[in-house]
Design a protein around this ligand. Sequence first.
Ligand code: NAD
Ligand code: UDP
Length: 346
Amino acid sequence: MKILVTGGAGYIGVHTILALVNEGYIPIVVDNLSNSSIEGIRRIEKLKNTTIKTYICDIRDAEYLSQIFSENDIQGVIHLAGLKAVGESCSDPISYYDNNVSGTLVLLKTMEKLGVANLIFSSSATVYGNPKTLPIKEDAKLFPTNPYGQSKLMIEKICQDLANKTKLASKNAWKIALLRYFNPIGADKSGVVGEDPKGTPNNVMPYIAQVASGKLERLSIFGNDYPTKDGTGIRDYIHVMDLAEGHVAALRWVLSIKPLISECRAINLGTGSGTSVLELLSIFEKETGVKVPYVYSLRRSGDIASCFADPSLAHSLLGWKASRNMAQMVSDTWRWQEQNPSGYGE
Ligand code: NAD
Ligand code: UDP
């Protein structure tokens, strides 16, 4: 079964491709390589001894996208393509709404035109904003605090409207899973693919890995005065291969829904437990034996104190549960970092 993966050359994309191949699906990649390189896909081809059909295409290119659908018998779409840096979304909101929202509209129009109605969408825990209660359930208030998060919420709403439109039975009833990711980290245990941020990393895990490898001098911990156990921010870190397998589980669920029934469900993908920055550092040092120098600095604007999921819906609906622990997340990150000090550049 052929599954189109937009953004398939990116960090979550390559791991999702791997999970799809592991489960016998045929992924077809569409990516404009604006934040990735083709190397990740090439490495998976080598690892799995297979060929991955890859189109260098911007999802806003309606004509090319239609051609790709027509050339391939696509049964479903995993839509990961988009811009994801919160800070950049504040300084350049138009690019974010254009890439994320307009890009998704082009994709949805193409899918509707060609009768493909099975969709898995990359949303984010950022749609919750600063949560009132923890752990966060899917029915919590949605209150994104930046244009990136707004763009994700807008797409969620468009998807809900599409599914509502087809509630009263049509040939192409939409079946959509809106996956709200918490904090994906780690890499496949092979060490051949991983997170390869351009420039200085924004996220804490690749930052720590680059300090440990000597590429960066020290970690700045953004705030030690949060109302948490040690004053540093708490997040729900999830192994990227667990997340990737969550996509396959969501795909299976979507494909199991009867043709005339439409569905659109938001589903958290997290582990359900929170880890502070200091705890993450100490697990990293224990697992790798490498000391990571750090300093405390001011809070990063827009950051929240704590965020972790209630992942029970994913378990009951999709039969999926994260299975890899923090030690695996950091040791797999480190294996990738050590084997690829310059990411895919070497
Ligand atoms: P990434 O930047 O590594 O991957 C995104 C991919 O999409 C890149 O390969 C990029 O080249 C491609 N892309 C961007 N705009 C495109 C366009 N218009 N047409 C075609 N391709 C385009 O990011 P990622 O971490 O793999 O994230 C994948 C998705 O998951 C994104 O939508 C992101 O918002 C979402 N997400 C990520 C995280 C995270 O922490 N990594 C958390 C929550 C949600
Ligand atoms: N963080 C930090 N230093 C960094 C990057 C992040 O202390 O260089 C903290 C950040 O304040 C938050 C946690 O690490 O408490 C996770 O941040 P990340 O950017 O990885 O994820 P997000 O904030 O998007 O959940």
